[in-house]
Design a protein around this ligand. Structure first.
Ligand code: FA5
Length: 343
């Protein structure tokens, strides 16, 4: 009799639930089946009057049924909470274009640096790295620039104390600092480029910043001459700019090269007419260059006059300025998003 009753309740709720259209009706239904005064709860209360064996069997069935009733009610609750407008909100229009995710991109300095590295590895050069904090020895002394040398003044930099508290570590002022370090460990023939960050205590202007990049080239071997220097540079520029670029070597002085040159290319921002980027000079100085001074070779342990070589140190920003027609070097490190997002 009890079992039949339970079955009947189950059947009844399965039918009743179909008629429920709103939360109020569902509330009434829940009350009807599971409320304190409901037939089912009254029935559960009466179980205690059954014989133990029967109580166990029917009790289990009753509890299972109670769970089933709860499931039916909760299922309906979930259905009702998804009203017509909720469904509308959840509707997905797969034809709407997706949201564009903004992915980062390379800084123009990195783009140019990679371009340079590609071109020079294509010419058989090795890419060498060096520390940005350098000893006074490698940044200056090994390059024939002892402490009292006037050329040091043009590369005033920021000094740091070493572990002993002596101020003889420099934020390197030139990538030439890597020259002696590399040659101490390698013998010619050698061909390297060293792209990297340099620092100087500068009064900044459109072509000078306190932090900038250079890329050094160093070639050493037998019978290397100025013609090689000019040709390699010329090949590089025509590949880099994808067009013929005029170069100009002006006599100059660096303690570590002999003879020395200033290396200019025609300003590609104004096409050689004169603009802010070239300070109305029509030419833009890219860097210094020259034939490696035999004293530098000697300082790293090579025999004097056994090898010859050339080196240069070009400003990487200046190349980027030419390539992208940027008229102020300070923009690169300004952190100005309006600038950076243009690349
Ligand atoms: C040198 O630094 C030498 N080490 C170059 C060199 C290497 C000569 C090997 C001979 C052999 P200079 O001080 O002229 O030279 O700097 C070279 C280039 O670095 C400059 O022409 C310029 O393009 C870039 N540069 C120098 N100072 C700055 C600066 N403050 N801001 C931006 N670019 C700079």
């Amino acid at each position: 009799m009890f079992i039949e009753k339970i079955e009947k309740i189950k059947e009844q709720i399965s039918q009743d639930i179909l008629k429920i259209k709103d939360n109020q009706a569902l509330f009434e239904l829940e009350k009807k089946y599971l409320g304190r005064k409901s037939e089912f709860v009254g029935f559960l209360k009466n179980l205690k009057n059954l014989a133990p064996e029967e109580r166990k069997q029917i009790g289990e069935l009753a509890n299972k049924t109670k769970l089933e009733i709860l499931n039916i009610i909760n299922g309906k609750k979930a259905d009702l909470s998804k009203t017509g407008s909720d469904m509308e909100k959840e509707r997905i229009d797969v034809t709407i274009p997706g949201k564009k995710r903004s992915v980062g991109h390379l800084n123009p300095i990195s783009i140019v640096r990679r371009d340079i590295e590609d071109i020079f590895t294509g010419m058989g050069f090795e890419i060498v790295d060096g520390p940005e904090i350098e000893t006074e020895f490698y940044n200056f002394d090994a390059l024939n620039m002892p402490a009292d040398h006037p050329a040091r003044e043009m590369q005033d930099t920021f000094w740091l104390k070493d572990k002993k508290g002596e101020e003889n570590l420099a934020m390197r002022s030139q990538t030439s600092a890597v020259q002696a370090k590399y040659m101490e460990k390698h013998k010619p023939p050698l061909r390297i480029i060293v792209p990297g960050k340099c620092f100087r205590r500068e009064a900044t202007d459109t072509t000078h910043d306190h932090t900038f990049y250079q890329f050094e080239a160093l070639v050493a071997g037998e019978n290397i001459n100025v013609g090689h220097l000019k040709q390699v540079a010329q090949d590089f520029f025509s590949q880099f700019f994808q067009k013929e670029i005029k170069v100009r070597l002006r006599p100059s002085y660096f303690p570590f090269t002999e003879p020395s040159f200033e290396f200019d290319i025609t300003c590609t921002v104004c096409g050689g007419v004169g603009c802010r980027a070239c300070k109305y000079n029509k030419w833009l100085e890219l860097g210094g260059a020259g034939m490696v001074n035999q004293s530098v070779f000697e300082a790293v342990g090579y025999k004097r006059n056994q090898y010859t070589g050339f080196a240069w140190g070009f400003g990487l920003e200046r190349l980027a300025m030419m390539k992208y027609k940027i008229d102020d070097v300070r923009l690169f490190h300004s952190g100005d998003l309006r600038f950076i997002r243009q690349f």
